[in-house]
Design a protein around this ligand. Structure first.
Ligand code: NDP
Length: 466
């Protein structure tokens, strides 16, 4: 077995040097991947006390920052006017130490290797935290489904799968949805996979429709799980969602079901957004208004500004390039749930939330808070949950979908929801207890990184240098 100071003598003695060396190497190998560097740095910063206690894990850290495999392919398709379009497809199989690679597919014009590597890297620790046997992966394309016809989306998904199918499988790599990939896209991709393999492998994709192997509660899971996690955080301060004002960003899958669960727990959601701007409904987004938003986003595929036109007393503010007190995070709330995209909440915006006495911030999106924002929350004693802990309910329920597919059984809505709730309670407990054990009580970033890492490190250590 490789030990710190034996086969890995380059890191002999000095943990901080080891961490710095590894980070510098990550940056110099791929200097144009800032989102990936950001995600790696956040984990490495937590690992110093772990490496002090387990110096042999320095060599694991060196390997865990390098993907097992990076697949990059061309996706040609024909649009409704008969023109050939060419997009880029990716799948990052980052770490398979504890189970088949697992992680979503993102279709968005901003997709590139840096964004997908950051997401796949985060996914390793998130999946480990769920307690289920899933490795970390992520994929997607720079294809923009917005404004495309159903036929165009279908042709794109089919072409994407014509390459991806040879790299995935229910015991090898199991993709799911993410930004721009919902039930419609998963259905088209599953259909093509089945045709190419001539094999009904229900467990090859998750987020499927109920009629062909999907799980109840999977669409709701990330948003519901986020709110279960935030409820646990609030409870540590003797608080609850009852009567709490809540700001939510985004209006996609995660945001919609976070809003629904906030309502279930007696909270009052007052904001939602999309890439064009945000709405502020001081009276609160109630169930009827949420149903209106779900129809707008999932069926009519419209813009959130239409909500302000259709409802009294609601303001719509267009997105601004710089943070402003007129921005979504300037609203006076008790709980903030950023559920749109990475780096959407910066240091200045975090300070606005603090000035308005926010109690808790829980990430529904992946890495929506910049490092400066996280620092502001920590310095001011705000409860802050990183996405790898608080949004893990989606992938956890994907894991439950895989279990049901293997068993050829379908669990009831109540059963899946109960399992999801228990998983989120356990993740909260695991992250809190790990932080406490290392003298970092209340630091969920530290607790989640370390708890997630330790399981991976043990598995990698046991499996040798592969
Ligand atoms: P959706 O595509 O359903 O919704 C995304 C929402 O975010 C939309 O309202 C979208 O607005 C907005 N948005 C996207 N990009 C930007 C941007 N650059 N600026 C401002 N707003 C933007 O995606 P999901 O809800 O599935 O995912 C949201 C986040 O949650 C992502 O970070 C994702 O990785 C994360 N996540 C999702 C999980 C899931 O199960 N779906 C699981 C765990 C994490 P518009 O429509 O205008 O683009």
């Amino acid at each position: 077995m490789v030990k710190f100071g034996t086969a890995n003598t380059k890191y002999l003695g000095d943990v901080m040097n080891a961490i710095n060396d590894i980070y510098e190497k990550v940056k110099s190998r791929d200097p144009d991947q800032p989102e990936f560097h950001q995600a790696v740095l956040e984990v490495l910063e937590s690992l110093e006390p772990v490496l002090e206690a387990h110096p042999e894990y320095a060599s694991i850290v060196e390997r865990v920052v390098e993907p097992d495999r990076l697949i990059h392919f061309r996706v040609p398709w024909v649009d409704d006017s008969g023109n050939v379009q060419v997009n880029r497809g990716f799948r990052i199989q980052f770490n398979g130490a504890i189970g088949p690679y697992k992680g979503g597919l993102r279709f968005h014009p901003s997709v590139n290797a840096s964004i997908l590597k950051f997401l796949a890297f985060e996914q390793i620790f998130k999946n480990s935290l769920t307690g289920l046997p899933m490795g970390g992966g992520k994929g997607g394309s720079d294809f923009n489904p917005k404004g495309k016809s159903d036929d165009e989306v279908m042709r794109f998904c089919q072409s994407f799968m014509m390459e991806l199918w040879r790299h995935i499988g229910q015991d090898c790599d199991v993709p799911a949805g993410d930004i721009g990939v919902g039930g419609r896209e998963i259905g088209y991709m599953f259909g093509m996979y089945k045709k190419l393999r001539n094999d009904f492998q229900a467990g090859v994709l998750t987020g499927k429709g109920l009629s062909y192997g999907g799980s109840l509660i999977r669409p709701e899971a990330t948003g519901y799980g986020l709110v279960y996690f935030a409820r646990e955080m609030l409870a540590t301060k003797g608080k609850s969602f009852e009567g709490a004002k809540v700001s939510i960003s985004g209006s996609g899958n995660v945001a919609q079901f976070a809003c629904e669960k906030v309502l279930d727990l007696g909270g009052v959601p007052v904001t939602m957004s999309d890439s064009s701007g945000w709405i502020h409904d001081t009276a609160g987004i109630d169930r009827e208004k949420l149903a209106w938003i779900m129809d707008l986003k999932n069926n009519r595929r419209g813009r959130i500004s239409e909500y302000a036109d259709a409802h009294d007393g609601v303001t719509f503010t267009a997105s601004a390039p710089e943070p402003t007190p007129n921005g979504l995070w300037g609203v006076d709330v008790d709980v903030a749930l950023p559920c749109a995209t990475q780096n959407e909440l910066n240091g200045a915006e975090a300070q606005m939330l603090v000035d308005n006495n926010v109690i808790a911030v829980a990430e529904g999106a992946n890495m929506p808070c910049t490092p400066e924002a996280v620092e502001v929350f920590h310095k001011n004693g705000i409860l802050f949950a990183p996405g790898k802990a608080s949004n893990a309910g989606g992938v956890a329920t994907s894991g439950l979908e895989m279990s049901q597919n293997s068993l050829r059984l379908s669990w009831s809505r109540e059963e899946v929801d109960q399992r999801l709730e228990n998983i989120m309670i356990n993740i909260h407990k695991n992250a809190s207890e790990t932080a406490k054990q290392y003298g970092r009580e209340g630091d969920y970033v530290f607790g989640a990184n370390v708890a997630g890492f330790l399981k991976i490190a043990e598995a990698m250590q046991a499996q040798g240098i592969v």
